[in-house]
Design a protein around this ligand. Structure first.
Ligand code: FAD
Length: 257
């Protein structure tokens, strides 16, 4: 199917993590005044490779809707085509894309929610958090407890850490939990995998307790988990949640591989 291609111009670029080479990229869409999307969705970036073959890759939008702008969080993959093209873009250069796409969006009405991410899987989580807890304007979290459980290897890879810490300091119903799998000795926080922190949240918070019966037609579960990252991590968290009694429909996920 022919999709309409838009042109995004790189307005700002920040290196988030030096050894890992992860970039925060802010784009402005040239041919639109407004770009409506739901937090959690992705765009499909399109460019010809060295042989002239059109390549397309998905990237989660790392910001909430804001006129004709969107942010991405992109990891440089060694030998990869598109991640290097994006990470090498200079301010003012353009790239084509289509979208928005995807169903990894917050269920409505909003419930208590556990956001679970590793690496650049944090991109849609930043969009969710910006949407629920905007810096100015109305809080959309409706007082629900929202956890962001974020795991990575090293402390330098906790992307957007100061932003999430600020939101957590300002909003009592937002909880930011991190864990490192290869922390050095100076790290005093949690170690290990995200699923262990997730299990602790479920066991310690009655609002996340398993529901013996799925809700009646049209109703929602009391809590949902939203998982984003590489397949191995997504599978481990789905298994852990279902082993704790969660219904598989309470677990929404986006896989990057
Ligand atoms: C819905 C969706 C959303 C995504 N959102 C993001 C995002 O927000 N940020 C982001 O950085 N990526 C994201 N990805 C991954 C992205 O689409 C690409 O797969 C990734 O950037 C690698 O593309 P490439 O062209 O550089 O590598 P390719 O040229 O496609 O692959 C080169 C080599 O790298 C390996 N490889 C491919 N992907 C990865 C990976 N993710 N990690 C490690 N090795 C890999 C391949 O197996 C291959 O050997 C998302 C994927 C999906 C499906």
């Amino acid at each position: 199917m022919e999709r309409r291609l838009y042109t995004a111009r790189l307005a700002r670029k920040l290196l988030l993590s030096d050894p890992q080479q992860c970039y925060h990229l802010e784009f402005t869409i040239e041919d639109l005044d407004d770009f409506p999307f739901e937090s959690g969705q992705f765009v499909s970036m399109v460019a010809p490779d060295q042989k002239g073959k059109q390549q397309t890759r998905a990237y989660s939008i790392a910001s909430a809707q804001r006129s004709n702008h969107f942010d991405l969080c992109v990891n440089r993959v060694q030998g990869g085509f598109f991640s290097n093209l994006l990470c090498d873009l200079e301010q003012g250069q353009t790239v084509k894309f289509h979208g928005p796409h995807g169903h990894f969006v917050l269920r409505s009405p909003l419930t208590q929610s556990i956001f679970i991410a590793t690496g650049t899987g944090v991109a849609p989580m930043r969009s969710f958090v910006q949407r629920l807890f905007p810096e100015s304007g109305e809080d959309r979290s409706e007082g629900r407890s929202i956890w962001l459980v974020y795991g990575t290897r090293h402390e330098t890879e906790l992307y957007y850490r100061s932003y999430f810490e600020k939101v957590a300091a300002e909003r009592p119903n937002f909880h930011y939990l991190t864990t490192l799998s290869r922390a050095d000795q100076t790290w005093t926080g949690s170690r290990g995998y995200v699923q262990d922190l997730v299990a602790r949240i479920v066991e310690q918070n009655p609002c996340c307790a398993p529901q013996p019966e799925p809700p009646k037609e049209g109703a929602t579960f009391g809590a949902y988990a939203y998982i984003c990252g590489l397949n191995e991590m997504v599978a481990a968290n789905r298994e852990r949640l279902t082993s704790l009694g969660w219904h598989r429909k309470q677990v929404i996920f986006e896989r990057y591989d």
